[in-house]
Design a protein around this ligand. Structure first.
Ligand SMILES: C[S@@+](CC[C@H](N)C(=O)[O-])C[C@H]1O[C@@H](n2cnc3c(N)ncnc32)[C@H](O)[C@@H]1O
Length: 363
């Protein structure tokens, strides 16, 4: 399997250790930093030495969807398109640090009313070809899809973001992902747990059991009010159904012996492989396919640290670079269309690094 993967890589002319191979070009690399480079990504990526990039986030052009002037997306067949993407991906793997990540966002395409499943065909080729692991297929749910209802087809309103890594040691900051600052909200309401007081009072528990139940109920109400826990549920013997399964000493046992049990809900929200966001447009921008700054910022927070280098080889209007700059990461953008390079640079000029300490950063 390993040998098979390597021979495939060679098909795309990627050398095992390319550091020396590209050594004479290295001086260019420093100049790429915090810049949008105009040119063909394959040629430019080859100027970047091995193991330099912490995170690549990108969205290649759809197959035959839009005319960006030149570059990838105008191939004659889906196979040729995927082959060209794979060549770019090979370079992204080579220049990725061992603890880094690659995120590819791809759109699908109907040809003669037949959905091509292009993103998935690309992923299958990637995992066949390279020694990388697919961590997640994160689904972007578009809150404002194109408002055009076909008669015999539902409206496409999702796009995948594929997260690949080289190694299990990949950097991952789950705490900062989708963290809107509210861990457990404090509750001020006086109604918390009120119904349980009445239920205990009217239950068939003994006086001792009722006293203990009231005391423990008071405690969890306090914990909920101060935000220590998100919420709780109480089960009372003779009133609520017994919990399923369980072991001795578990909830069933508590219900039997104490006459009640309390389930505390800690409130750390589950972080799912779905992210909801509207499709964005930027006033005055000529670029037809911009991905949402919000999603890219969340992924940068999840997969990189401040000062890490974030790369976008299909930079377009520079969304990845803008997100990276706002979050105090370094960035490299590569874009084949000169007009889009200008758009990206203008956006970057207007972008400030995030005001982490209430200070304004000049850049
Ligand atoms: C879907 S757009 C990226 C949009 C970007 N994510 C944004 O938010 O603005 C893809 C971009 O890739 C560029 N492109 C296509 N082939 C390229 C190549 N070989 N090298 C560099 N850029 C290329 C296109 O000009 C286009 O702007």
């Amino acid at each position: 399997m390993e040998r098979k993967k390597r021979s495939k890589i060679n098909k795309f002319k990627v050398k095992e250790s390319t550091a020396q191979y590209y050594a004479h070009e290295v001086p260019h690399f420093e100049g790429f930093m915090d810049n949008i480079i105009h040119g063909d990504n394959l040629a430019i990526l080859k100027l970047i030495p091995d193991n330099k990039i912490s995170l690549t986030i990108t969205s290649p052009p759809y197959f035959k969807q839009r005319d960006y002037g030149s570059g990838i997306g105008n191939e004659r067949s889906v196979e040729e398109y995927i082959e060209n993407l794979i060549k770019v991906f090979a370079e992204c793997v080579r220049i990725l640090k061992d603890d880094g990540s690659i995120v590819f966002n791809l759109g699908d395409k109907y040809l003669e009313s037949n959905l091509q499943l292009i993103p998935y065909r690309f992923v299958l080729e990637v995992i066949k070809t390279f020694p990388v692991k697919l961590v997640n297929n994160i689904t972007w749910v578009k809150l404002n899809p194109t408002p055009r209802q076909y008669r015999k087809r539902l409206v496409s309103s999702t796009e995948p973001f594929f997260h690949f890594v080289k190694d299990d040691s990949y950097y991952y900051n789950l705490t900062d992902y989708l963290n809107n600052g509210s861990k457990n909200k404090k509750h001020n309401g006086n109604n918390i747990g009120k119904k349980y007081f009445e239920l205990i009072e009217n239950s068939s528990l003994t006086l001792e059991q009722k006293k203990l139940a009231f005391a423990e109920l008071q405690n969890v109400i306090q914990e909920t009010k101060t935000g220590k826990i998100e919420s709780f549920r109480m089960k009372i013997k003779g009133i609520h159904a017994e919990p399923f399964g369980g072991q001795d000493g578990g909830r069933k046992y508590q219900l039997l012996k104490k006459g009640f049990t309390i389930i505390k809900i800690k409130g750390e929200p589950i972080k799912r492989d779905v992210i909801e966001c509207a499709v964005e447009t930027i006033k005055g921008s000529k670029h037809p396919a911009i991905y949402p700054l919000y999603i890219i910022k969340e992924l940068i927070k999840l997969l990189s640290k401040p000062n890490d280098v974030v790369l976008d080889p299909f930079a377009g209007s520079g969304t990845t670079a803008v997100a990276a700059k706002e979050l105090n990461r370094r960035y490299i953008g590569i874009e084949i269309n000169e007009d889009y390079c200008k758009t990206a640079k203008e956006r970057l000029k207007k972008t400030n690094k995030e005001n982490l300490l209430g200070l304004v950063y000049e850049s």
